[in-house]
Design a binder for this molecule. Structure first.
Ligand code: C2E
Ligand code: MG
Ligand code: MG
Length: 300
């Protein structure tokens, strides 16, 4: 039992960045058990058809029209109920399960793009999130290519999002992968920008299209002048690098105004829409277009 507890404490120490020591406490076993539970259920999530993708629209700052949507993974476990990505994505990354799950996401996002095209909604630009581990997987480019082909997705409609920290983890290797992905006609966005440590030198070498300002800056912008300054600076940096800048986590009209004033290109957040199942998107789009027409009439 002593050895088991020591092991649990070691695990915790590793999780906290390795260069640390931890004393065992009972809470740790609880957490470790929860982890194990999630891991064992997650192993069967794909075959038991428990995964889904929700979509959260991005809105063009100038026109107010939908600019695209981000596909976000949802897991409803038969045993555990709805589990939040914040809980299972880190576990999927540590166990390597993110690789098959990520392929599932790629395939389903492509299938959805094709379905929306069939339904006459046109090419809806969809972005999906990719983990560092997937970027290191030699099968990634083939998986992307196969799904794009299978569903006849035109260039520039699928986009991948990589967090700033994942991107900067192993720059040279990532550079090659991203160039290969780019050649497939897949766009690239840097996610949660501002929370990692970017080398600006490398940033300009990556074949990026978009920069997404982390929602922590956007959220605190109104109360904290530093965060407002940072948000403005990030938008400026993005534009200097020739990138479109998207603000994440936009929750209020006031935030929209400030971001518009700061020349931000696109908004994403609960103010416009929460992530929704794919079948709800057409109705949201129709309502949004109706609202915009009214606004245009009022302005005219
Ligand atoms: P992310 O890529 O930065 O996604 C945005 C997250 O912010 C989503 O959380 C979304 O629901 C949330 N969000 C959007 N607007 C607002 C807002 O106005 N206010 C607040 N408070 N939150 C907002 P979600 O869906 O829980 O996803 C969390 C994270 O999990 C994602 O962050 C992403 O890093 C990761 N993730 C999600 N799906 C996938 C996936 O398919 N693969 C990988 N590797 N990671 C994924
Ligand atoms: Mg994202
Ligand atoms: Mg983000």
């Amino acid at each position: 039992e002593l050895m088991r507890h020591a092991d649990v404490a070691m695990y915790q120490a590793k999780a906290e960045g390795r260069n640390s020591a931890q004393f065992f406490n009972a809470k740790m076993t609880e957490r470790a058990q929860q982890r194990l539970q999630i891991e064992s259920r997650l192993r069967h999530a794909i075959e038991q058809d428990e995964l889904g993708l929700h979509y959260q629209p991005r809105v063009d700052a100038r026109t107010g029209a939908m600019a695209g949507a981000e596909g976000l993974l949802r897991w409803t476990s038969a045993d555990l109920g709805v589990v939040s990505p914040a809980q299972y994505i880190p576990i999927a990354e540590e166990t390597g399960l993110i690789v098959p799950i990520g392929k599932w996401v790629i395939e389903h996002a492509c299938a959805q793009i094709a379905l929306w095209r069939q339904e006459g909604l046109g090419d809806i630009e969809v972005s999906i999130n990719l983990s560092a581990l997937q970027l290191r997987d030699s099968g990634l480019v083939d998986a992307l290519e196969a799904s794009l082909r299978r569903h006849a997705i035109p260039n520039g409609v699928l986009e991948i999002e990589i967090t700033e920290s994942a991107l900067m983890e192993s720059v040279e290797a990532n550079l090659q992968q991203l160039q290969a992905i780019r050649r497939l006609g897949v766009g690239l966005a840097i996610d949660d920008f501002g929370t990692g440590y970017s080398s600006l030198n490398y940033l300009s070498r990556f074949p990026l299209d978009k920069l997404k300002v982390d929602r922590s800056f956007v959220h605190d912008m109104l109360d904290d002048p530093t965060n407002l300054a940072i948000t403005r600076a990030i938008i400026g940096l993005g534009h200097t690098l020739g990138l479109k800048v998207v603000a994440e986590g936009v929750e209020t009209a006031q935030e929209v105004d400030i971001l518009r004033g700061a020349d931000c290109d696109e908004f994403q957040g609960f103010f416009f829409a929460r992530p929704m199942p794919a079948h709800e998107l057409p109705a949201w789009l129709a309502a949004r277009d109706a609202d915009r027409k009214v606004l245009v009439q009022l302005a005219g």
